[in-house]
Design a binder for this molecule. Sequence first.
Ligand SMILES: [Zn+2]
Ligand SMILES: [Zn+2]
Length: 820
Amino acid sequence: MVNKKGDKAITKDVAIDIVVFGVVQGVGFRPFVYRIAKELGYTGWVKNIGHGVEVHLESKDKTDFNDFFTAFERAKPPLAQVEDTQVTPSARFHNCRDFVIKKTKEGKSFVFISPDISICESCKEEMMSPTDRRYLYPFINCTDCGPRYTIVEDLPYDRDQTTMRSFTMCANCREEYENPFDRRYHAQPIACPVCGPQISLINAKTHKEIKGGITKATFLIKDGKILAIKGLGGFHLVCDPFNFDAVRRLRQIKKRKTKPLALMARDLSIIKKYAAVNPAEEAQLLSARRPIVLLKKVKDIRGIAPRLEEMGFMLPYTPLHNLLLEKIALIVATSSNQKDSPIMKDIEEGIENLCDYVLTHNRPIHMRSDDSVMKVVEGAPLFLRRARGYVPYPQQVPAALESPHHVLALGGELKDTISIYKNGYVVTSQFLGDLDDYKNFQYFEETIAHLKRLFELKPKVVVSDLHPNFHTTRYAERLGLRHIQVQHHYAHVLAALLEHKISPGKMVLGVSLDGYGYGEDGTAWGAEFLLADYDGYQRLGHFKYVPLPGGDLAAKHPWRMAIAYLYETFGERGAEKGGERSGGRKRGRSTDWSGDGTQAMKTLSARIEQSTSLKKVSTRKRNAALEMIERGMNSPMASSCGRLFDAVSFLVGLAPREMEFEAEAPMRLESAAEESFLKSYRFAIINDEKRGQATFYRGNKKSSLSPFFHISFIPTIKAILKDLNQGVPVSQISAKFHNTLARVILKVAERARQKHHTDTVVLTGGVFLNKRLLTTTLHLLEHKGFKTLRPVVYSPNDESISVGQIAYALNLLQKHTGHK
Ligand SMILES: [Zn+2]
Ligand SMILES: [Zn+2]
């Protein structure tokens, strides 16, 4: 990595200049360089410049600088992310007497702010050492660890601009803070028991403080009580996972019957009692970012993740959590939000109504942030939620997309994030939730203000989704900036292109599978095959449109989708096209109700009666849904992939009649799938070429839309019903269904390669949180020589929409085309 161009020129009285690029500011990089330079006897300086740090090293007696580079490589600050190091012989020998940290004005650089980072090993050792002055102190931290993003209010990042401002450093802390050789040199949240924050334990009913602190808190948890515990980005609700009554009460408080609850374990050995942990998962659990990792159960804990094969675990990340878990091995630690509201950060927000006791402290949280949640797929993260520990880590954009303008992107509506672009980097906010909830919308506004302030953003351009009624779209319209709109599924694909630094001009096949997104033609898109680059995309094909009886309700009641798919398969429209394999000639006649309609309806009724799971839905409700479909009332058509999963999950008897949380039905279906079962079902690719040539879209330019093909799952549904009839185990049906979708993607990829010479396939959209589908598809594609890209830094779900929006805007700004 180090370019040793300078080596030859080095003799006596030598000097070199080193420029380190990447995330190296505000992470203790300068003091780190200072320490090694001083220890090794070099003179010179270190200072922040533009995108990095500049080091000037001088020596009167050394022949090379190898000892410096060895120390440099070995002990880089854990928060630093070095992207490149350039070394050149210095033009001048300054004859420096000392090594100094030069102060610089932070000019046009991208000033980096660290995410919140879990307690480091050195701090942990001190905290557990009885002779240390911070023995058992729950707010110990240093330059390498502790709170950052959640306590910073403004720039520059010093103590006065953080929520630590009200704590005046004692003489001992100040000495450490000012000493470049100390691990706490310029650690803004530095604190000790004498001068720093303190905890208090409060009875939630009486609002009175009680004695006993952390020790008492653990007794209360063991005693079946529910505690709210203040962490970095908000409160957790905590209870004993083995006390079923406590878990049930916690579920009542959170109004969640089945949604999985996260667990925090003292150490890996505890986790391994209940879950299988492979080395890559272990590395994520142990990383300083401390995400929740979903792991395969080996021993279930009743009530924690019912009907799912995975449980979510994390290791303690604050000193406070570490002290708490010294005395209790495993706790439920779920975020303190009530349904559709952001995580609570202050006691005044009503946390006392959700628990029996509150373990809080007086270091204010400025910015809320939930725990991050991931699975590990093929050794790399697959984020379900990206927040604490990762935000606001910046993402460098491909050089060709860099722009002098600042950009603000507002994302979609559900699982929203915002992203900002400045000086070559994108910063994406933490997960903000569903903006249809007023409190979440306020959180969205708080977060925009926060990021704008922290990164001194003066956006020239704002980007939103195409959906005219999204809160984000309307918010964008009110800003009075140049407003660019990007289609939802295309934004998903672009996010992956940006993350993987794909250059402009490279065409990929984007496979964007999710629940719903506003289509270019105003219809509901949801399972899209897009030939795409940064300039635009062509919609090559999609899943067949299926009615969503009841509109939004269809996403909550999987039985509605089961009826819709049976209708498509056996009802009049379905019967008419029952024999379709390829060609789809009868497409235009789908509203022709004459002919053998009655017979078809009889078949349909019989099929519905035969379905064990549909029989559990009242006849009245079933008929109402059927009528809606028949009359085309409140039954929008959508090419959704999520709804297909709902239907299949319900038909095989896994989905509940009413889903409590998003993707509950698909998650149960995935959990049921038999491993390494290779069979699949038939499906049909129906060519729509008679409908004219597909148009190559640039931006949101409107014109008629003509897909090349659609995928019909009528043969699949028929075969699933046959399997059910013949008593084939649900585990095998589920496996076959997953394999079918993977084969659909492979077939489409092969078509695209043949016709458009694309060998790269992007797999994105919330459906790819399904690990079974993702790994099967990756293997199939890679086996056939495709290069695959999937979001790793970001979630494939709608959290990445704002990132894709940035990519599109940057490309447009590059071209100076000027059109919207
Ligand atoms: Zn530390
Ligand atoms: Zn102190």
